[in-house]
Ligand binder design. Structure first.
Ligand SMILES: Cc1cc2nc3c(=O)[nH]c(=O)nc-3n(C[C@H](O)[C@H](O)[C@H](O)COP(=O)(O)OP(=O)(O)OC[C@H]3O[C@@H](n4cnc5c(N)ncnc54)[C@H](O)[C@@H]3O)c2cc1C
Length: 494
């Protein structure tokens, strides 16, 4: 067995969260080993947020061009996927090559190891023949992979996950999309706008089932207007593939398409991480963490793996907390900088402290040495980048009622706001506010519309900082903006 090599921190999985933690700890002088088995940067830059939003940007340009006919004369639009595929290859992913990302990490002083990491006892990680013993701890940021439902026949077919959908060079004539969540709807609308005949099959009784019912209806209407067929409350029972086409058999109906995209959720593969060697149950859906991202002594987790929200901004937020907590743990550890004065480590930690004028920076917030921010997900924002966009924060009305909150709801239709009326075609949307009447604050909100994700920011501040509704009512909202509809929804609160 290889002799373990002593390092300060080992990070397993260099996706959004892991790369951020590893890079920042390396930058302050710790010896950090970062292990990645696929591409440094993870799902977001190569098969997720970035390329999908490039696709959406292109598809929305087509839709906006069609709107010229109603507003400004006439425009003829001829969709062409080639520039989109080229942009994803050349600008977003370097043809799925992570050299730039690896160099970014090693440039910060990190040591990169390509391979699959696995815990091998407390503070110890094995990758191939190499074993690393971490002085201060191990950070797991191994993310999730597409979860493929156990539908009869599906596993034997060449179905697509988000990977093939993002990598596609030539569009199929038709596409079945299994799953009407955010990712399914975003991709369905993109492909439909490029002329693909798209059918969405969703088992729940509405698409975007985790958001407000009004958001589900809005998104479904928008996609239908783009020619997407949507079937909700339909559970796929069997999948067949005859070489040229897929057939999904569901509740007595049959749906056919040239390709089948499965976007029914994501799965953390805890069984691969050696958690049993540190006494942690690997049979859970996600890896539970406390509010400082601790899994157990000497182990932190970050990102999708934690089940706190599958978003890049959650992974980055948690990464800030992990960095602060690892450094705090290091100071407290016998042999850490405060205790031993070890030059390399003191230099590193002090670098962090001094870089923000005596305060330690964690996820953008300033933290006095020895104190660490704790995770607070009350104001978790999420955006579905369909057109119209659906932005949401905090609790939905139903979630709030289930928690026994004395709920008030305010709703304003964007089309009848000044800006919505001016905007005309493409103006569908709304603001919905969920208030705690006893506390006099907003605890959730949805802003759907042409700039729903941007309008959301004001509502995130309101929920995050628990701004009193009385103050929100007395704010000045610029005229005629989309966000001014927030004041209409505030007036409608009851
Ligand atoms: C199509 C799509 C669109 C999305 N759009 C958005 C969006 O618009 N906004 C948003 O906020 N989020 C979006 N997301 C979600 C976002 O991509 C994830 O939340 C984010 O990537 C999570 O980061 P992570 O670090 O937790 O995991 P990941 O990015 O999944 O990275 C985990 C890394 O760990 C590696 N790994 C796993 N196991 C091991 C091991 N044992 N050893 C070594 N390496 C390992 C993997 O190879 C991977 O690179 C989207 C996702 C998809 C699929």
């Amino acid at each position: 067995m290889a002799e373990p090599e002593q390092v300060d921190v080992v990070v397993v999985g260099l996706g959004v969260g892991g790369e951020e933690v590893a890079g920042r700890l390396a930058e302050v002088g710790l010896t950090v080993v970062g292990i990645e088995r696929d591409l440094v940067g993870g799902e977001c830059p190569y098969w997720g947020c970035v390329p999908s939003k490039m696709m959406i940007r292109a598809a929305n340009a087509l839709a906006e061009a069609h709107r010229v006919n109603e507003l400004a004369g006439s425009a003829q639009v001829r969709p062409d996927w080639a520039p989109v595929a080229k942009r994803i290859r050349a600008e977003a992913t370097d043809t799925w090559d992570d050299k730039v990302a690896v160099d970014r990490f090693t440039g910060k002083g990190g040591r990169f190891v390509r391979g699959s990491g696995r815990l091998d006892g407390p503070n110890r990680v094995r990758v191939g023949d190499q074993v690393f013993q971490a002085r201060y701890g191990v950070v797991l940021g191994t993310g999730t992979r597409p979860s493929v439902p156990p539908i009869d026949g599906l596993a034997d077919t060449p179905y697509w996950t988000n990977h093939q959908a993002i990598e596609v060079e030539e569009l199929p004539a038709s596409l079945l999309v299994l799953g009407g969540g955010a990712i399914g709807l975003e991709l369905a609308q993109v492909f439909a706008r490029f002329g693909v005949r798209v059918t969405v099959i969703e088992a729940a009784d509405r698409v975007l089932a985790v958001e407000e019912p009004e958001a589900s209806a809005l998104a479904a209407d928008a996609l239908r207007a783009d020619g997407v067929e949507i079937h909700t409350g339909v559970k796929a029972g069997r999948v067949g593939h005859d070489g040229g086409a897929f057939t999904v058999y569901a509740d007595g109906a049959e749906f056919t398409g040239e390709k089948l995209l499965v976007v029914t959720g994501r799965k953390a593969h805890l069984e691969e991480l050696g958690l049993d060697t540190v006494g942690v149950d690997a049979g859970q859906r996600y890896l539970p963490v406390n509010d400082r991202m601790h899994v157990t002594d000497g182990i932190w987790a970050v990102g999708d793996l934690t089940g706190e929200g599958a978003f890049t901004h959650i992974a980055m937020y948690q990464a800030g907390i992990v960095v602060a907590d690892v450094l705090d743990h290091m100071r407290r550890t016998k042999g850490g900088p405060d205790a031993s004065g070890t030059a390399s480590v003191v230099g590193g930690a002090a670098g962090v402290v001094s870089s923000v004028g005596g305060a330690m920076s964690a996820g953008g917030s300033s933290v006095a040495p020895g104190t660490v921010p704790v995770a607070d997900y009350r104001a978790l924002p999420r955006v579905t980048f369909t057109d119209p966009e659906v932005g949401a924060v905090g609790l939905t009305e139903q979630q709030a009622r289930e928690r026994g909150v004395n709920v008030q709801v305010g709703y304003a239709d964007l089309t009848s706001s000044a800006r919505g009326w001016i905007h005309k075609t493409g103006n569908a949307g709304f603001i919905k506010l969920v208030a705690d009447a006893d506390q006099g604050v907003l605890i959730g909100a949805t802003s759907a519309g042409p700039a729903g994700g941007e309008v959301l920011s004001a509502l995130v501040v309101a929920v995050h900082a628990a701004v009193p509704i009385s103050q929100l009512r007395h704010m000045i909202y610029a005229y005629p903006t989309f966000h001014r509809a927030i004041s209409d929804a505030l007036r409608a609160l009851k």
